[in-house]
Design a protein. Structure first.
Length: 362
């Protein structure tokens, strides 16, 4: 369908669930702290050792929000317009994060080994990063799918989920969706039992674990919306934030693979249902809106600092007081930087592309 025939109302962004936006921000901050901590401590000694589960929360949120935003209009707007909407929303920061990653790889003041790679290979790694083509070749970075911006792995699977939604999932009725969600839960159970955790998907050796993670959580989010499983409650943003953080600081045990499954399969969908049905106080509304807006820029720009932090830590072995100062200060600076990226780059670029699209020139 050509954009010139589209009713502008079809392309309009719907009102947000602001508490869910706020929880997305809490999850993004948690994963930044987790990434700092995992460079120093093994997971069992990391106070936020389950921070990586924030990605599964993101996937569940995404399924719910995509269903809410597009279920009633994707057939009118068409698949290509849906993809344009998603590309405008997601891809500018994928490119920006790739550029940052390239610069940090070449000019890391604390180390790194760019001289091990030819100019041609570096260019290829960069192109694969910005076009989301998995290329896990950097050994010293644990063969991440995207060596210049590790968190891009979840965006790869997000795009896969969006493609399936646009071509198939939006057409399915609730019964088929339930069956697919159950099958995906079974696949996730196998992954967690085999690995002892739900940590995979980001690297060469665990690539297909990412498919299991996104399949279940994205489908669960769709199912929550389609089934109207929205639980009215008065927990508010503060109460739900505490409940969300509890999942990230959950201690490890011999039943870790079961506990992580329960969090992803039951607990996170419950939090999404509660978040969609909770009341937001006026005092916290601005904070939720801010957290929601900054969560994606923070997620897509923070990891270049994590690599530099690892090189610094390896070379200098700072003590605990220094580590606390570095991690707290680093997180605050990354939040500030993410805000600047959002204001100076992300919002202007998306606004430009959206306006161009409306004029049928995109």
């Amino acid at each position: 369908m050509n954009t010139t025939t589209l009713n502008p109302e079809i392309l309009k962004t719907k009102q947000h669930f602001e508490i869910l936006d706020g929880l997305r921000g809490i999850a993004a901050i948690a994963i930044v702290i987790f990434h700092f901590m995992e460079m120093v401590y093994e997971f069992k000694l990391n106070f936020i050792g389950h921070g990586f589960l924030a990605v599964d929360f993101f996937f569940c949120l995404s399924g719910f929000v995509i269903a809410y935003a597009y279920d009633d209009r994707i057939s009118k707007m068409g698949v290509m317009e849906f993809f344009k909407s998603r590309l405008i929303r997601l891809h500018p920061l994928i490119i920006f994060g790739g550029v940052l990653g390239l610069l940090a790889f070449l000019f890391d003041p604390f180390g790194g080994q760019p001289e091990l790679y030819s100019a041609g290979k570096i260019i290829l790694m960069f192109l694969c990063t910005i076009f989301l083509i998995p290329f896990p070749v950097i050994e010293e970075r644990s063969f991440n799918l995207f060596g210049f911006n590790a968190p891009a792995w979840s965006l790869f699977w997000e795009y896969v989920a969006n493609i399936f939604y646009a071509f198939i999932l939006y057409r399915f009725n609730r019964r088929i969706l339930v069956i697919l969600t159950i099958l995906s839960a079974m696949a996730l159970c196998y992954v967690s039992y085999r690995s002892g955790n739900i940590l995979g998907g980001w690297g060469r050796d665990s690539f297909w674990d990412g498919a299991a993670r996104v399949s279940y959580s994205f489908l669960a989010g769709l199912l929550i919306y389609r089934s109207n499983w929205i639980i009215k409650n008065s927990l508010g943003f503060a109460g739900l934030s505490v409940l969300l953080v509890l999942a990230f600081i959950m201690p490890y045990s011999q039943w870790n693979w079961v506990m992580e499954l329960l969090v992803v399969i039951v607990y996170f969908p419950l939090l999404v249902s509660l978040g969609a049905g909770s009341q937001l106080s006026q005092e916290l509304r601005k904070l939720c809106v801010f957290f929601g807006k900054i969560s994606y820029p923070l997620y897509m720009t923070h990891y270049v600092v994590i690599w530099m932090f690892l090189n610094y830590y390896t070379a200098n072995k700072p003590g605990t007081p220094q580590l606390v100062l570095i991690i707290v200060t680093g997180t605050m600076l990354l939040l500030t930087f993410a805000y600047l990226v959002m204001v100076v780059f992300d919002i202007p670029v998306r606004t430009y592309l959206t306006n161009k699209r409306k004029k049928s020139q995109f």
